[in-house]
Design a protein around this ligand. Sequence first.
Ligand SMILES: *Cc1c(COP(=O)(O)O)cnc(C)c1O
Length: 445
Amino acid sequence: MKNSADVAMAEPGTYGRSSLVHVDCRVHELLLRQRRQERTMLKLIASENFASSAVLEATGSIFANKYAEGYPGARYYAGNEIVDELETLAIERLKALFGSEHANVQPYSGSPANQAVYRALLSPRDKVMGLPLPEGGHLTHGWSVNFSGTDYQRVPYGLHDKTQQIDYDRLRETARRERPKLIWVGGTSYPRVFDYAAMAEIALEANSYLVADIAHISGLIVAGAHPNPVAHCDVVTSTSHKSIRGPRGGFILSRNEDRYQPLYHPKSKHNLAKRIDRAVFPLLQGGPHMNTIAALAVALQEAANPSFRVYGQQIVNNAKALAGALLERGYKLVTGGTDNHMLILDLRNRPLSGKAYAERLSRAGIIANFNMVPGDRRHPALTSGIRLGTPAVTSMGMRETEMVQIAAFIDSVCRQPDDQEVHASVRREVADFCTAFDVPGITDR
Ligand SMILES: *Cc1c(COP(=O)(O)O)cnc(C)c1O
């Protein structure tokens, strides 16, 4: 006699009929725990967000099963008529939102998108200028342990000692002298607006490609809460899961024509757009993740809605309110404040490291990451900073008043870093505070 479990095992295809809770109770339990945590804690990681239920639904859809190596209309697999339409839809929405000539939606994430740019524009050992990691740049902009630092010549540019903002005058001098083939503009912990027009002038003087990495701020740009670099840059790269609230992934925008083709790529028969596409596939990747591309299309539809402008502006208003409340309580912030969605607490004159404060905050239900600050003397695994971001709490519907309360929570913990009772009581208050808000993708189902 077979029992029903044996039958389920024996007949191919029957797995697909059971939901996660029946198939794998361990993963299901972990998922429930993660949901409970995210529902009762304050997510202040500047790079994280809550994607909508619609975006999550598309991410978990059967588009995940489809192989579609190639590009719309030119695939290496059959049966791609529908996903051709899907990818074209995502591309068209992206081009319209950012005003770019070309878009590639296949990069698996932000770092692979940047890698494709190196491969499309440069040869190994070419010179690349970027903001170093400790000063707010990204790993892929020329950090020593990343491919960008090992395979290319790094020419760092830096911050002004006083303002802690990019020193455009020194950058110009360095670019004139070094003549890098590529200059990155963008960062992962830089709380101010980038001057794309100034960067474009500098790049032009030095015959450099200018590439903006808008991984953190793409949502703000779509919302009109940060300048759009597209008109100033040869290429623009981004993730799709940060402020723009899409699925885990990346994309690349570019001009069609390469203004330096005769100088740097005289033998290539492909224009810039085509070289970007060929760098993504087949040079670096295989089949695109069609479920991610579906979810990106959904996120772009959401971002095109006028309410997204309100959302993006609120992210910035919230960051400014949080910054103001912390400054009032005597905290120091890198650059003295913020223009975007993030702020960086400068804890150099405090007894504990950024890591130690982040651990204590997390016990109190406040999730943030430790981060280097300019002039940091502590080890990168300890640091003297805490980076805070407002995209996720803004997605929950929080506004300026809530930011003042969050600053009070943070201050309670940091003023009494060794008092476990304080941490536990703030933890309870935070959980209570969160119940008043919907968490997209969790409590709105
Ligand atoms: C997050 C980020 C990336 C990398 O994205 P991943 O998806 O983590 O690979 C690249 N550049 C910048 C500026 C980022 O902030």
